[in-house]
Design a protein around this ligand. Sequence first.
Ligand SMILES: Nc1ncnc2c1ncn2[C@@H]1O[C@H](COP(=O)(O)OP(=O)(O)OP(=O)(O)O)[C@@H](O)[C@H]1O
Length: 243
Amino acid sequence: MTHAVLKTVNLVKVYSGGAVPVHAVRGVDLVVEPGEFIAVMGPSGSGKSTLVHMLGGLDARTSGEIWVDGKRADTLSESAWALLRRKKIGFVFQFFNLVANMTVTDNVELPALLGGASPRVARERREHLLGALNLTDRADASPAQLSGGEQQRVALARALANEPSVLLADEPTGNLDSRNTRDVLRLLSKVHKDGQTIIMVTHDARVAGLADRVICLLDGEIVDDGRIARRRTGTAGAVIDLR
Ligand SMILES: Nc1ncnc2c1ncn2[C@@H]1O[C@H](COP(=O)(O)OP(=O)(O)OP(=O)(O)O)[C@@H](O)[C@H]1O
């Protein structure tokens, strides 16, 4: 029997720094099976980013449990979380968050090296990813020399360099024009077909149409959780035309 890639039990986040506590996530129970592509939707302020950040250990939970690859994660120290993240979790954000003074090559190799890969393995993965993402000729560029779409593709390569158990994406196309959005979605769809588990926050119903399961949050609670029937071809690209 396979175990869940990610699991939460009664996960809660309260931001209590301000005058009034904000209950951002209220008791979320979630099981993510290997290979699922989940879109997280819901209105602004419904807790999407908070939930996904907690799943990756970027935001501490207030109470509840988080399990990553069958291991309890919410009780880990910050440094142990960082280690787990390097090995198991890839992140892509709306703003690309590349290291400005490093080349594309170094941006992509760094997480693999930090995750314990040998220089040879890091180089091989980088070559493969940049090739797959059509970025080989940009390998020596710095982020400032790249378009937004190219930067997001580099961010995707970086997030995948560790061969993570799960890719967490927070509005990955939120800052892109329609052509670059299509390119990034095509890539997400491709890695999903290759077996990558993905959880993606999006406001865009067309983007969510790529996923095979859509979770809707409202006021920090899951109010809908539905699997989308795939076409007979087995592709999930039923809503956005990725050709
Ligand atoms: N660091 C913080 N301190 C206090 N409150 C916060 C913090 N981060 C988020 N919040 C609040 O938590 C709630 C959930 O925010 P969150 O960003 O997770 O929602 P979201 O669904 O991702 O919104 P959006 O679609 O606008 O990005 C909101 O009320 C927000 O104002």
